[in-house]
Design a binder for this molecule. Structure first.
Ligand code: ZN
Length: 338
């Protein structure tokens, strides 16, 4: 491709918010610690068709130790990947080999173990993102869709004997993360902090944090507090803000509408087929669209429940800054004339 055409194409891709596919396809970083050789077998050409989700029923180290051990006959087992609470991914069996994690289903699956217990709600945002990023990559690498037929629980395959990953595993949220590639997404905390900065809010440091999960030593603290002081955010309702959870586009549009006092256009909605008039965010999305602050997707939809990408957040923050600069300029002009 000619250099100029290439530059133009890249510009268009960035402008429309479409991620560059070549940049999105990298395998997440893994720490390879091979399992004991008697705990897995060659895949012998069988196709990888889906992934199976597990919980270790213990800490990450207990999973690693088990799969690295010579186990009594009949108890030998392993998984391809183990994901810790902190987002660490350890690979113990190569994808080209069969790990022994789901009896009767091993030949065509990848097994992912997670630190924690099926009966406890101990899932962390770092763990969910790391695991979902891995599934995102696996789905591209082996060509299966990210849905509940191809990302399955151990319990579904062996309901008599297994109950992992358990009732607390957030399937809908996880699959949305895995479809989007969590590496390119922004979080609620980052989105609110960047918007507060773009709005020119003064950083605010109250003596007692408003949200128990945004402590004073979090770099986003003064900005999330500034947004709370301005009445823009109220948190999750239980004293938490969930700063590391992915930010969705509809919620961000509502935040923009409130922060800038945007009026919805008189003609009603923004004409997005995926935002019907009754959608709870319809007015906010129409207002953010009419103000030129958020743009729709290449397919004509808005994606109100999709997660906000990092590139999209930066583009919006830049537009908010430009809008403020424009307002300041207009005020100066008015002042000079009066
Ligand atoms: Zn399991």
């Amino acid at each position: 491709m000619a250099e100029r055409a290439q530059a133009l194409l890249i510009g268009v891709l960035f402008w429309t918010g479409v991620a560059c596919p070549a940049a999105a396809a990298g395998k997440p970083a893994v720490d390879f610690q091979p399992a004991y050789s008697g705990n897995y077998s060659p895949r012998s050409g069988r196709t990888i068709r889906r992934v199976v989700m597990h919980t270790i029923e213990g800490p990450l180290s207990s999973g690693v130790n088990t799969f690295d051990s010579r186990l009594p006959p009949g108890e030998a087992r392993s998984a391809h990947y183990l994901v810790g609470f902190d987002g660490t991914i350890i690979q113990m069996v190569r994808d080209k080999d069969v790990a022994w994690h789901a009896v009767g289903h091993n030949a065509e699956t990848i097994g992912i173990e997670h630190e924690g217990y099926s009966r406890r709600d101990g899932w962390t945002e770092a763990q969910l993102r790391a695991s979902a990023g891995l599934v995102h990559w696996l789905s591209l690498e082996y060509g299966f869709p990210v849905d509940r037929n191809h990302v399955v629980s151990h319990e579904e395959l062996d309901p008599r004997n297994r109950d992992d990953p358990g009732p607390h595993f957030p399937w809908d949220y996880y699959l949305k993360l895995a479809r989007a590639d969590p590496a390119g997404l922004t979080s609620r905390g980052d989105a609110v902090a960047d918007l507060a900065k773009a709005l020119g809010l003064d950083p605010h440091r109250p003596s007692r944090p408003t949200f128990k999960d945004v402590p004073a030593d979090d770099p986003r603290y003064p900005w999330i507090e500034a947004a709370a002081l301005a009445g823009l955010v109220r948190g999750h309702g239980d004293g938490r803000f969930l700063p590391d959870r992915a930010m969705d586009r509809g919620t961000f549009a509502a935040l923009l509408q409130q922060a800038l006092g945007l009026a919805p256009p008189s003609g009603g909605g923004g004409g997005f087929p995926d935002v019907p008039a009754g959608h709870p965010r319809a007015a906010a999305i129409a207002a953010a669209d009419a103000a030129g602050l958020m743009v729709g997707r290449a397919d004509g939809g808005f994606g109100p429940d999709d997660f906000l990408g990092r590139a999209d957040l930066k583009a919006v923050a830049d537009r908010v800054r430009a809008r403020r600069a424009g307002v300041v300029e207009a005020l100066d002009w008015l002042r000079r004339r009066t």
